[in-house]
Ligand binder design. Structure first.
Ligand code: HEC
Length: 156
């Protein structure tokens, strides 16, 4: 009988342990800032934040963040391989202004509903995220998006 009790105790302990938050759970999502599209562009910075190009350059090549290199060529010296299924972004600032770039990074499906490019700041209520801890989250934080924009506008 005693051994059965011990087994039940063990089962209970392991069940309550697995119900606890797994390690590495990201902090709660930041409040989502609404943005406005004007003439197929987003003129105002997300949440009124200011971007920094040096941080943006890291984000575009970080596989856990923007991972833009999976699809786009970017003029980054240390990078040997990049995806070619999307247009190269070298010189992109000669063709697109800051506000136009912002819409493309935030949610390119406003331009092309079939775009395979992730909407990095798409309204989270429109995203079906299977992992519970990701519900309500954008793919990139507003600050990350502004940093990426600050970097893209330097690509002349
Ligand atoms: C899964 C592939 C994929 C990823 C990842 C991706 N993009 Fe794109 N992107 C595309 C495709 C494809 C297009 C072409 C337009 C379209 O089909 O929507 C595009 C278009 C663009 C454009 C407009 C280019 C032009 O010539 O008009 C910009 C700017 C851009 N992406 C920036 C980014 C940035 C910055 C990142 C990372 C934060 C990124 N993309 C990540 C696939 C991707």
């Amino acid at each position: 009988m005693k051994i059965v009790n011990t087994l039940f105790l063990l089962l209970f302990v392991s069940l309550s342990a697995s119900a606890a938050e797994p390690e590495g759970v990201p902090p709660p999502p930041e409040p989502y800032c609404q943005w406005e599209m004007v003439n197929y562009a987003i003129p105002e910075p997300l949440c009124g934040l200011q971007g920094e190009a040096a941080r943006g350059e890291k984000i575009v090549s970080d596989a856990a963040k923007g991972n833009c290199l999976a699809c786009h060529e970017l003029p980054i010296q240390s990078v040997e391989a990049y995806g070619t299924i999307a247009p190269p972004l070298s010189g992109i600032a000669n063709r697109l202004g800051e506000a136009q770039l912002r819409l493309r990074v935030v949610d390119s499906r406003h331009l092309n509903p079939n775009s395979i490019m992730p909407g990095f700041y798409r309204d989270p209520s429109l995203i079906n995220r299977p992992g519970k801890s990701y519900v309500g989250r954008t793919f990139l934080a507003a600050q990350d998006v502004e940093d990426v924009i600050a970097y893209l506008v330097t690509l002349k």
